[in-house]
Design a protein around this ligand. Sequence first.
Ligand SMILES: [Zn+2]
Length: 396
Amino acid sequence: MSGSGQDDAAMAWALEQLRPYAPVVQHLQVPYDGWRCLQASLTLQGESLPVRALLRSQNTPEAGLEAEVIDLGRGRPDDFERVGDAVRGKIVLVSHEFPFTGDHVHRRRKYDMALQAGAVGFLIANNVPGQGLLSGSSGRPRDGVGIPAAYTDYESAQRLIAAAAQGAARVNLVIQGEELLDSQASVGIAEIPGGRDSVIVISAHMDGHDLGVSALDNATGVATALAAARALAAKVGPDTPSLRICFFCAEEWALAGSARYLADMDPAERARIKFDINLDTVAGDLSLTAMISDFPALEPVVNQAAALAGIPVSTWLPLMPNSDHANFARNGIPALRLTAGFGKPDSRVNNILSAGDLPAIIAEGELRQALAVTCALADVALGMSDAQLDALAARD
Ligand SMILES: [Zn+2]
């Protein structure tokens, strides 16, 4: 978790692994809006329910926020439209969704809709029975407008829905957190210099959530990036672009680390980056998907790499702002996120953000597949001319 110090320790360790292959290694720091939860509780009719504050949640009054809970189902735009003004003054209850589907509505969007509709609080329930709580970010900026926001588990949501149906879902929600001023997030850069000005990036986020150990999300991406750097080092030479490994922290804080790294970069330096291969949750299922961020020219690159690796990889065109690739894409840099289990809510990938995100749920074969695909993607890009790389940025 960013802010725990473990993210910085993991960064130092990972960069040490890259030193034998990458002559240029930098451990940078970028500012982000740090925050820590001090206290969280949820009480229904005198009984405590499990609750976990979203990162950067707004505080309730110290004695708690007393309000009626209103059930908005999955909390999609049509759910908010259907209920309209009835949300005002209430605590909205919505359902978490498996994040890797075509029609997924992100937690932060549901939160924003609740805020805009006049809700005084936001509860998001795990959609998986028996899986306990989840952890996630509210995305509220420092000094930004917000409402108290927290996860609860599936079983508590069922109780709240039943109580709401009887008009008896008045709860007390307590969330007390504190701002951690001057927080810094580690950024790790390791570069294997080529002979050309252009740069190919392999990125992965180092931070996670701490209910489990973030093995899927995102030790799998970090491990794959490390192994890919080792395997690709010999392929980078005088005729190729440079290969840069970027590790980010504060990804789980609304993608803050990579946003700041790219925003602070000189535009000419940023223009050298031709392609970002972002690795996030690349195991947990044997199916692999490249989310190609509205860059249609990346589809043939993915297909070529999949053929080279002998591993099927599907593509998903629309930008999914669910990892650091989205910040590269927003800066006009062709970017994809490789992920496992897209469209498969029953896969082991559904353990992300939960206490079940542990090493034991990952199969080595899944990591080897992700590694083969990552190396093939980088290999294809390293073999392209600058004109071919620039053409990847075409939007139609
Ligand atoms: Zn992730």
